[in-house]
Design a protein around this ligand. Structure first.
Ligand code: ADP
Length: 373
């Protein structure tokens, strides 16, 4: 309420000051203007011989003016004072209401109510302030949601291997499991947990833009051949064909070899996971403007359109239950995107349900050591 009083009193003061000034100025200037007029009349009358009458008339007119002026100003005063009062009240209330809404909003947001949004009452700077406040609340809400999701996901991801570990230990103690079987299972679960921890640590570094990139000139075809060699046996084991096609000749790219292979590995792991036996995955490289594009295309089930904008978000899965069972932690594409962007490229996806998915990423061309920096 203090703000309201301050605003109201300051508005009122300005209005009253204007009124008093008006009164004083009218009293000071009006007779002077009027006098000139009367003077001319007085001279005209005096010349016509009515000297005495002219003098009386002059005094009377001057007195008349003063009293008329004072009466007019005084009778206008209550009405203008009321007008000033109402205007001051309205202006103060308007400002006060906006300030209250902003204060209340910030108080609730400080208590963790990030879902709060302020009404956009005005189209001025105060309205702009409310707009920025809403954007801030939106950003905080997203951060908070992601944080909660992250904790939930990590807890969930850990719960499954931990339950399995407990099962193996109990089986071993009860004598239902042989040492070898238990050790095998424990190792598998520990590997899964290790992979999750590594994924998490990599994704946090990628998101903080803290991954170290050591670029050098690389041959695109050589990169694809290396990726193919690493994945050949896994594809053969599942019965999925893996082919390679590179435009010839292709200029060298400027990138970090291990990071590119990591991106290709993530894309190939997904392609293999989602392509059924008898399907096909094609690796391609071709020139695209000032970059080389690398493509991993599969004949899997494809990704429904509504999921496409989200699949690069961390822990986003199209089919949550299935991916989890099959071992994906939902950060493969987040890591791929972060790495590609850290090397100055872009990554995107095209997909048709029932026909397959095509992931493409670009890497900048090598332009000679001096210009590459
Ligand atoms: P995940 O570890 O679950 O594979 P990713 O970040 O690699 O996580 O992928 C996110 C989601 O995108 C996956 O859960 C899957 O639903 C979908 N996805 C990725 N690649 C493909 C693909 N080649 N075919 C169909 N769906 C895919």
């Amino acid at each position: 309420m203090r703000l309201f009083l301050k605003l109201f009193l300051s508005h009122l003061l300005v209005a009253l000051l204007a009124l008093v000034l008006l009164l004083l100025l009218a009293e000071a200037f009006a007779p002077a203007f009027y006098r000139g007029h009367v003077e001319r009349m007085y001279h005209a009358l005096a010349m016509m011989g009515g000297g005495m009458m002219a003098e009386a008339l002059r005094q009377d007119l001057e007195k008349g003016l003063r009293s008329t002026l004072t009466a007019a100003l005084l009778s206008a005063l209550p009405l203008s004072a009321l007008g000033a009062l109402l205007t001051a009240l309205f202006a103060s209330l308007r400002l006060y209401r906006t300030a209250r809404i902003l204060a209340e909003g910030s108080r609730r947001m400080a208590q963790g109510e990030y879902g709060i949004r302020l009404p956009l009452l005005e189209r001025d700077e105060l309205g702009e302030l409310a707009l920025h406040f809403n954007r801030l609340a939106e950003a905080l809400e997203k951060v908070e949601r992601t944080r909660a999701e992250l904790i939930g996901t990590v807890a969930h991801e850990l719960r499954t291997p931990l339950a399995a570990l407990q099962g193996y230990a109990e089986g071993l103690m009860d004598g239902v499991l042989s040492k070898e079987k238990a050790a095998e299972g424990i190792l598998r679960e520990v590997k899964a947990m290790r992979r999750l921890v590594e994924d998490l640590s990599l994704v946090s570094r990628v998101e903080a833009k803290a991954v170290e990139i050591r670029p050098r000139p690389l041959d695109p075809k050589g990169l694809l051949e290396e990726a193919l060699a690493r994945f050949q046996s896994a594809f053969q084991a599942k019965g999925v064909a893996l082919s390679l096609e590179a435009q010839d000749p292709l200029p060298q790219v400027w990138a970090d070899e291990e990071r590119v292979l990591q991106v290709l590995a993530n894309l190939l792991t997904n392609a293999l996971r989602h392509t059924p036996q008898g399907g096909e995955v094609r690796l391609r490289a071709f020139r695209q403007g000032e970059a080389v594009a690398f493509e991993v295309a599969d004949t899997g089930p494809g990704i429904p359109e509504e999921h496409l904008p989200h699949i690069f978000e961390r822990f986003y899965r199209v089919d949550k239950a299935r991916s989890r069972k099959e071992g994906g932690s939902g950060v493969g594409l987040t890591v791929a995107k972060g790495l590609v962007e850290a090397m100055g490229g872009r990554i995107f996806v095209e997909s048709q349900v029932g026909q397959g998915s095509r992931f493409t990423f670009t890497l900048p061309l090598y332009k000679g050591l001096t210009s590459q920096g």
